[in-house]
Design a protein around this ligand. Structure first.
Ligand SMILES: Cc1cc2nc3c(=O)[nH]c(=O)nc-3n(C[C@H](O)[C@H](O)[C@H](O)COP(=O)(O)OP(=O)(O)OC[C@H]3O[C@@H](n4cnc5c(N)ncnc54)[C@H](O)[C@@H]3O)c2cc1C
Length: 512
């Protein structure tokens, strides 16, 4: 049996794992082809999870073991961007028609960018937290972006930053801005970002949410981590909103357990005195985090002083017919003006799923419409897992449960199809050429698993030289060279291109 998996993030690997471990599929799986548009695997674990959370990133060890163990079955094709040129019909034919292949699993995450505020001045004043995260994680498409600096390229100390959003990504951004440079230096953080963050020297952070604190979507653990990060942090909570009267008979929805726990953390640490490590009052000037609730940015201006001025309107909060808290700006209220350094105002209000190949999009849930993982409205065996399946929320562990459900659905569909046709969808009757042969014939540079292991070894080696977990390779071209067996020295000599240079070689668009 042959299946295809598109995307080598958590959902892709957990799908592979669930397929390989499913009792009914053992001894039947002949080939699992995994396509990844980047030359390297692991999706947001490599390029989203914050560098100061190395314990989270260690989940990749189990996927590496999986690939080692099943290398005869699972093939990794990195630097292969599956897109419009490789139509869904072609993919379905190869992997999901029940004859040549038994199933196609789409695990591409949320590729539609990030949600925008849609306010005047958003460009150029407000940066995307998604891009900032990719930058400090050394993503090859973002490694040469500039953040935290004024127009002249200088990063001034005593930085003031704004983060718009009340989720865990917003907390990651806040923590990275405040994290001790020495702590970041030993991680896999992009060294350019470590230097810029140190030079920025965040002194004041404003975290803005449009609703009240009990409706924030962050979790207690991440909030506690931020609020206990350093002894010189001081927190001020501003509640800018007013509440509309609750209509008689309407039952307001209660905050979830997660929301209640996060609220307890906020209450516990906010307003606490600034205490140093030995318990006396700190002598240093405290770094301050302002939590603003019930406030919506309505306009952003770049002043002559090279600072961003964010004009915010207080909100009126009200319960909708389902008892959920909603908000609207109060037209006649005095606006709140918050200023920050240029390049340090971030929106972090969510990621967006895009529907490739005209797959059915559920725009309310921000995911592909599916039944337990099977894409609705298609004849063929096409499945989704991860953020593409349930929307861009939740943690890595959710993608495991999710992939297991998708694979269970796949097996159930397979059973049913085989009963109906009295034939096994094993793909063994096919004489289709191997994917690598097709890619090679077409002259596409792809990275196989051994190629990734070479990149990985080089990154770890470079990390050891400077006492860090790893130093990531920052360009696709360097990755391809290393994957192909060249040393970095060979590469620099042959191409005249140093690791600091960032040339982008676009991934192969596969059409076969
Ligand atoms: C900033 C941030 C921090 C996070 N921190 C944590 C944390 O600390 N702990 C935690 O548990 N969870 C964390 N998460 C959540 C976690 O990262 C996600 O739950 C998980 O990565 C979702 O997995 P996925 O495979 O669906 O998507 P992704 O991780 O996005 O993987 C999708 C993969 O598909 C590839 N791809 C996309 N399109 C194509 C294409 N056309 N062809 C080929 N390949 C393609 C992408 O390059 C990518 O590698 C964080 C998320 C973010 C955004």
């Amino acid at each position: 049996m042959r299946v295809g998996v598109v995307g080598a993030g958590p959902a892709g690997f957990y799908t592979v794992q669930s397929l390989l471990r499913h009792a009914e599929l053992q001894h039947r799986l002949r080939r699992i082809d995994v396509f990844e548009s980047l030359p390297v695997p692991f999706g947001l674990v490599r390029y989203g999870v914050a560098p100061d959370h190395p314990e989270v990133k260690r989940v990749t060890n189990s996927w590496t073991q999986l690939m080692d163990r099943y290398r005869a079955i699972v093939r990794f094709y990195g630097n292969v961007h599956v897109n419009g040129r490789l139509s869904l019909d072609l993919l379905k034919k190869r992997y999901a028609d029940g004859v040549q292949g038994a199933g196609l699993f789409l695990c591409m995450g949320a590729q539609g960018g990030d949600r925008k505020l849609g306010i005047p001045g958003e460009t150029p004043c407000i940066e995307s937290a998604r891009a900032f995260v990719a930058w400090y994680n050394g993503h090859p498409d973002y490694a040469d972006r500039v953040f935290l600096s004024q127009r002249d390229g200088c990063v001034a100390g005593g930085g003031e930053a704004v983060i718009i959003g009340n989720g865990n990504v917003a907390l990651d951004v806040a923590r990275m801005l405040l994290q001790a440079p020495a702590r970041l230096h030993v991680t896999d953080c992009n060294p350019v970002a470590v230097d810029a963050l140190a030079a920025f020297g965040a002194q004041t952070l404003h975290i803005i949410g449009r609703r009240d604190a009990s409706n924030a979507s962050w979790t207690a653990r991440e909030l506690r981590e931020l609020m206990t990060l350093a002894p010189d942090l001081k927190f001020i909570v501003h509640e800018a909103m007013r509440w509309a009267p609750t209509p008689p008979g309407l039952q307001p929805a209660q905050p979830s357990r997660t929301q209640r726990r996060a609220l307890e953390v906020l209450r516990r640490y906010a307003g606490s005195a600034v205490i140093d490590e030995v318990g006396t009052r700190a002598q240093v000037t405290p770094r301050t985090i302002h939590f603003w609730f019930g406030l919506s940015p309505v306009r952003a201006l770049l002043g002559d002083d090279q600072r961003v001025h964010l004009i915010c309107a207080p909100n009126e909060l009200f319960y909708d017919s389902l008892g959920q808290v909603q908000c609207r700006t109060i037209q006649d209220a005095e606006p709140v003006r918050i200023t920050a350094s240029a390049g340090a105002v971030f929106r972090s209000i969510g990621y967006v799923v895009s529907a490739p190949w005209g797959l059915p999009l559920d725009s309310n849930q921000n995911c592909i419409r599916n039944n337990a993982g099977r894409v609705v409205g298609l004849e063929d065996a096409v499945y989704v897992a991860g953020w593409l399946k349930h929307g861009p929320r939740g943690v890595i562990a959710n993608t495991l449960v999710d992939a297991q459900e998708t694979v269970a659905q796949f097996v159930s569909d397979l059973r049913q199809a085989e009963r109906a046709t009295q034939a096994r969808a094993d793909g063994s009757r096919t004489h289709e050429p191997e994917v690598e042969d097709l890619l090679k014939q077409a002259g596409h540079s792809f990275v196989d698993w051994d190629g990734w292991l070479r990149i990985d070894a080089e990154e770890q080696h470079r990390g050891r030289l400077c006492g860090a977990d790893r130093r990531k390779i920052l360009t696709r071209s360097d990755m391809l060279r290393l994957a192909g067996g060249a040393s970095v020295a060979d590469y620099q000599q042959n191409s005249g291109e140093g690791l600091g240079n960032r040339s982008h070689r676009t991934p192969a668009d596969v059409a076969f």
